[in-house]
Design a protein around this ligand. Structure first.
Ligand code: 3BY
Ligand code: FES
Length: 417
């Protein structure tokens, strides 16, 4: 065991910048456990949209390694989180992925907790039993402009307040706290969660995403100096659209400046508002809005996309007409849940204001294509012949993700030693 720990320590310590990780990071049980403890149990994690919990008592459960967490809206309409572990003899209390409860009742001996976590009822206890000592163990929960984040650490990363304050002005205009879920799709990818994240952080592979690629300007992902001559006309088109978009953003008071602090802080993030190609309104086959009832009273649907990445497990696209959230949950060394949620205005009516198939077409196809690529990467890395390979200039955000991750592991191993 000691030997194994030092192997892990060696692998972490010797990771060279600028290339993919050595195989055990992706395929080993040890790294899976370490990732849960060092990354998922210590970072702020995006786990749900507030729209998934519209009413008091609505809950979702989130399983992370051996942990299970209940995220619930309480009677004061605040979102709270608790460990899904009964304070009597430890049974897992809520066994569904989501639902709605009046109280949180353990199915074993009926200990009953309020949605604020307080123990309300425990039958046949000895005199002197003090229910106030047996409330559910709480987990830190925060909402930011309609997005729910939790942190399992007793002392969560302190920079989250600052990150929340910086992203909230970008997100708030989309009024996500008042939105509703149009649909949600869970996809299990047959690969390590880091391969899912790495894949999201680059568009080097985007030729494999014809539907998505059509929504982006063909220069997407290039540094200006690297744009090939054949893409000059596309670049000119982008510059015009970009200038128009900036005028629109300025006139509506929508922040758009890129902030990229992906690996320089515990809550690494990136945010930017930018135009989309085609009709420029949304991720649809022709780029027009998928929902005629916009998320807010925007005077135009042509707002492109607000893109946000938060380490370790999420990315987002906010358009004028709908928003899409992506939350990544590791299920095992080679299995990863990608939960995609499409949000629309609460009063938008399916079949009248939006057609689900049109709204989900681009990202459903993209997710399915990504699942194939992630599985392929995992299979290749599982071969004894795998050697780490170099990240190119278009994979800067992959390096930022991996660097952020390795920094978290180092900090954890230091704390442990
Ligand atoms: O979701 C994203 O932001 C990026 C865009 C291209 C690759 N990945 C899907
Ligand atoms: Fe929950 Fe006994 S373990 S009531």
């Amino acid at each position: 065991m000691k030997q194994a720990t030092s192997d892990v320590g060696d692998l972490v310590a010797r990771r060279p910048a600028g290339q993919s990780l050595e195989a055990p990071f992706y395929v080993g049980e040890e790294f899976f456990d370490l990732d849960i403890e060092a990354v998922f149990a210590r970072s702020w994690l995006f786990v749900a949209a507030e729209a998934e919990l519209p009413e008091p008592g609505d809950y979702v459960t989130v399983d992370l390694g051996s942990y299970s967490i209940i995220v619930v809206r309480d009677d004061d309409e605040d979102v709270r989180a608790f460990h899904n572990v009964c304070r009597h003899r430890g049974a897992r209390i809520l066994n569904e992925e989501r639902g709605s409860v009046g109280n949180i009742v353990c199915g074993y001996h009926r200990w009953t907790y309020g949605v604020d976590g307080k123990l309300l009822y425990a039958e046949s206890q000895a005199p002197g039993f003090d229910p106030s000592c047996f409330g559910l163990r709480s987990v830190h929960a925060r909402t930011v402009a309609g997005l729910v984040f939790i942190c399992l650490a007793q002392e969560p990363p302190e920079d989250f307040d600052e990150v929340a304050a910086r992203i909230a002005p970008y997100l708030a205009p989309h009024r996500l706290a008042e939105a509703k879920v149009a649909t949600q799709i869970d996809l299990v990818e047959n690969g390590n969660w880091k391969l899912t994240m790495e894949n999201n952080r680059e568009c080097y592979h985007c030729v494999g995403h014809p539907e998505l690629q059509a929504c982006y300007f063909p220069i997407y992902g290039y540094q200006e100096k690297d744009i090939p001559p054949a893409l000059r006309p596309a670049y000119e088109r982008f510059l015009l659209a970009d200038a128009e978009a900036r005028r629109t953003y300025d006139s509506l008071g929508l922040p758009y400046a890129e902030i990229e602090e992906l690996d320089t802080r515990p809550t690494g993030f990136r945010i930017q508002r930018e135009p989309l190609d085609l009709a420029g309104e949304s991720y649809t086959p022709d780029g027009t809005a998928a929902c005629t009832r916009l998320l807010a009273d925007f005077p135009t649907a042509r707002l492109g996309r607000l893109s946000m990445h938060i380490q370790p497990n999420s990315w987002f696209h906010f358009m004028a007409d709908h928003a899409i959230t992506f939350s990544v949950i590791p299920l095992g060394p080679d299995r990863t849940l990608v939960r995609t949620t499409w949000l629309v205005h609460a009063d938008a009516v399916e079949g009248i204001d939006y057609d689900l198939d049109t709204m989900t077409k681009v990202w459903k196809a993209t997710n399915d294509q990504d699942a194939v690529l992630v599985a392929r990467a995992h299979r290749g890395i599982s071969s004894p012949a795998y050697l780490p390979g170099p990240y190119g200039p278009t994979e800067e955000q992959v390096e930022a993700f991996v660097n952020w991750y390795v920094t978290r592991l180092k900090a954890h191993l230091e704390r442990r030693s």
